[in-house]
Design a protein around this ligand. Sequence first.
Ligand code: F6P
Length: 358
Amino acid sequence: MKRIGILTSGGDCQGLNAAIRGVAKALYFRFKDDVEIYGIIDGYRGLIEGNYKRMKPADFSGILTLGGTILGTSRQPFKLMRVIDENSVDKVKNMKENYKSMKLDCLVILGGNGTHKTANLLREEGLNVVTLPKTIDNDVWGTDMTFGFNSAVDIATNVLDCIHTTATSHGRVFIVEIMGHKAGWMTLSAGIAGGADVILIPEIPYSIDAVTKTIRQRTKDGKHFSILAVAEGVLSQEEAKLSKKEFKTARAAMAFPSISYRLAQEIGDQTGQEIRVTVPGHFQRGGSPCPYDRLLATRFGAAAANLIAEKNYGNMVALQNDRIVPVPLGEVAGKLKLVPPDCDIVRTAKDIGISFGE
Ligand code: F6P
């Protein structure tokens, strides 16, 4: 009898349930009655606290199109994993003990960057783990694509489409702030797909003068509105020169709810134009996964079951050149996949005249 645990950790995204279903369906198809699946509740927290339940095949039915995660999730910072908390809880010890008491053969972990650091820690501690890369940010190293990304880009693009109609009516400058943490993948993709005039991403620090120059030029050219797709993690060229600590202090002192509002103030002051800010926020992580994500999540899920059957543990399933391959967790953990400033997609944007505020 195989006993497999499964958990989802970190911020949710579209396609988590599709991936859970993919893992389960492939395991049941391969092992029939010879497999038991245990759902661990709320991510690593459930593993630490021993909160889990035996799942039945019916639990995985009807969830392909469902947003969120049927298992629940939570953020458990990696840097605190080895820190004994105020209730004297040794998290790593607890996770190992609960894994043992569940008598698991393998733990399947669905998560993004932080999750992968902890998954690698558990591997180093001797647990059998297989992981699936999920996040709307698409910033997990070792995979061309994470599930969740394309669904979130659809939503962000839709926001830009809707803003477009209002922008044409009112002749204002619109800033749309797009999620993505420290990576600009979402903003870059949605920005091009949604016809933004300016795209600002963390990987290409901006100059406010260059941004306003583009807006003024558009006005001179008879365009009476401008749309900016701005990544939540952007920073100015001056901020890029600061140390990590100096940057944190400067941002903590910033008198705006987010970077887009600071940009709005600066652009308004320099151009005299009317500015509006739209922050779709967690809207971008919600709702049903798009067909691309359902397919990718299912491919990852089935591939994870194959790795379990082969006892090929300690890997993340990844998409590379449209093939699903295992990538050792030791290689993935601690690395970020950021937008290379000279990549093909950035070049395409520049070729059609989109400004990056350089
Ligand atoms: O990693 C996914 C993500 O949505 C990022 O794009 C964003 O910066 C962050 O999570 C928001 O985190 P939380 O849901 O914890 O506010």
